[in-house]
Design a protein around this ligand. Structure first.
Ligand SMILES: [Zn+2]
Length: 249
């Protein structure tokens, strides 16, 4: 996935995922939703094609590239959401900061130290924070497109707060954030802000499969995000149909 200006040759399929990310924990209201932390998984699958192996080695997975992609993802999210707010006659205030961290306790949300291996939106301080080492590892495993989903999902929690959306169950809040992440990415592509590269859709699919809840997790559980299928459905609904598919009310 690249900014429309494009700086990188296409091709970003990375075919190995196990189970990770966003399950992490999405802080809302200054209170961690109670997600059990998941360690970054071991890679249990081999790349699905020879190209995958080549792609991984083509320099698309450096930390510098990760940071560059993250900056682009944040910029594009601001552009997308500013346009949506403008269209409905509202003033848009971007999420204040996006903060990388490396150590437990380096960043706190409402007095609560953020643990490692996590990515969150903290409404108390109106910022997104992510464990950079963990995120880069996910970026390497899944591919660059997935980073846009990660940022898009956390950014969506910031938008939910702006819109005063507070669902009864965590899972509704989370699946809506997945839908909104899809709308942001699909809408940005449609608006010519982002360009889809070969393999990106596959990365979304694989990444979403990887972040689904354990099938044993009850849907009403505190911290439930949805099964892989539910998360994937929500994301692609937003991706294909835009925000109107996300029940923003
Ligand atoms: Zn979330």
């Amino acid at each position: 996935m690249t900014a429309r200006s494009g700086r990188r040759p296409g091709g970003s399929l990375v075919g190995l995922v196990a189970a990770l990310v966003l399950a992490g924990g999405c802080v809302v209201g200054g209170v961690n939703e109670g997600e059990p932390q998941r360690p970054l998984p071991q890679s249990t699958r081999q790349p699905t094609s020879p190209q995958a192996e080549r792609t991984r080695a083509d320099g698309t997975t450096s930390v510098a590239e990760f940071k560059e992609d993250m900056t682009v993802a944040v910029d594009k999210a601001e552009i997308y959401w500013a346009a949506q707010f403008r269209a409905s006659g509202r003033r848009f205030q971007p999420v204040r900061r996006v903060v990388p961290y490396q150590r437990e306790g380096e960043v706190a949300c409402a007095g609560q130290a953020l643990p490692r291996n996590n990515a969150v939106y903290c409404s108390a301080g109106d910022f997104i924070a992510y464990d950079v080492n963990w995120s880069v590892a996910a970026f390497r495993q899944v591919g660059d497109a997935f980073l846009y989903y990660l940022l898009g999902h956390e950014y969506a929690h910031g938008i939910q707060v702006r819109l005063g959306i507070r669902a009864s169950f965590t899972i509704q809040q989370e699946l809506q954030a997945d839908c909104m992440a899809g709308a942001y990415i699909g809408g940005s592509i449609e608006a010519g802000q982002l360009r889809l590269e070969d393999g990106d859709l596959e990365e979304f699919r694989e990444g979403l499969l990887a972040v689904g809840d354990d099938p044993d997790q009850p849907w009403f559980a505190e911290g439930a995000h949805g099964t892989a299928e539910q998360r994937s459905d929500s994301f692609f609904r937003g991706y294909e149909s835009g925000l109107s598919a996300c029940n923003l009310g």
